[in-house]
Design a protein around this ligand. Structure first.
Ligand code: PEP
Ligand code: MN
Length: 264
């Protein structure tokens, strides 16, 4: 069902208020790795409004390698995130980690994010097949493109056709970067599926100074959008600060992404 053989026409998702994802528009989603506080959200929202970015990312349920790391503000954080974002006309993409969260999060999100550690959480995918909100599925840490497409097939066949695929880097033998952003994935996925494909250069390379280069490369490779991490003071971020752009870097990237997209 997610194959181009089933549907030739590219899928375009409408989030409302003129926010669209898919062919014909460059989708930009930016924000902190983790939602931390009201002040932090307000600063990011202002940055997004100033730069005409309509979608904010930010996790309230964080999958962390260590149980001692910051694990997110949970539902309380999400309710505030929703309230503040709505007031600015900004849409929300945030990670859902388990089946029980789907229902409680539902009214507060615009796009459910399935993280790389949950790409093959088939119970979660089944549950998301039953909701009428878009779902962005990240590629598994060591997942093939075929596996990513199969994960999308779970949601689609469950009745939810509002899907976005996200290349966020895979684990390879290379240690110079956090992950290896597989830009091959972009043209291959665009050929195989009618679903929108977006690139996450932040997790893909993991190094702030190189995020912009990989974001621009992702757009030239044919991505429908870019999702990346930004924070007023990346050094103080509760998670992923080393790959997070400050607002100056972010504003420059947004300008350049729009220029590059216009060249395609
Ligand atoms: C994130 O978006 O902050 C995140 C945890 O991403 P991933 O699942 O790709 O590691
Ligand atoms: Mn992160």
């Amino acid at each position: 069902l997610v194959s181009r053989k089933w549907r030739v026409r590219p899928t375009v998702l409408d989030l409302g208020d003129g926010v669209r994802i898919g062919e014909g528009t460059l989708t930009l989603a930016a924000g902190p790795c983790s939602i931390e506080s009201e002040a932090q959200m307000e600063s990011v929202l202002q940055h997004l409004v100033d730069n005409d970015v309509r979608i904010m990312r930010g996790g309230v349920f964080k999958p962390r390698s260590s149980p001692y790391s910051f694990r997110g503000l949970g539902m309380e954080g999400l309710r505030l995130f929703h309230q503040l974002a709505r007031a600015r006309g900004i849409k929300i993409v945030t990670e859902v980690m388990q089946v029980s969260q789907v229902e409680e999060m539902h009214d507060y999100v615009d796009v459910f994010q399935v993280g790389a550690r949950n790409t093959q959480n088939f119970n979660l995918l089944d549950a998301l097949g039953g909701v009428d909100k878009p779902v962005m599925i990240k590629r598994g840490i060591s997942g093939t493109l075929e596996e990513l497409l199969s994960s999308a097939e779970y949601v689609f066949s469950g009745g939810n056709e509002k899907l976005i695929l996200c290349e966020r880097g895979i684990r390879t033998f290379e240690t110079a970067s956090r992950n290896t952003l597989d830009l091959n994935a972009v043209p291959i996925l665009k050929e195989k599926t009618h679903l929108p494909v977006i690139v996450d250069p932040s997790h893909g390379i993991g190094l702030r100074e190189h995020v912009a280069a990989m974001a621009l490369a992702g757009v030239m490779a044919g991505a429908d959008g870019i999702i990346y991490e930004t924070h007023e003071t990346p050094e103080k971020a509760a998670s992923d600060g080393a790959q997070t752009l400050n607002f100056d870097e972010s504003a420059r990237l947004i300008r350049n992404l729009r220029r590059v997209y216009a060249l395609r």
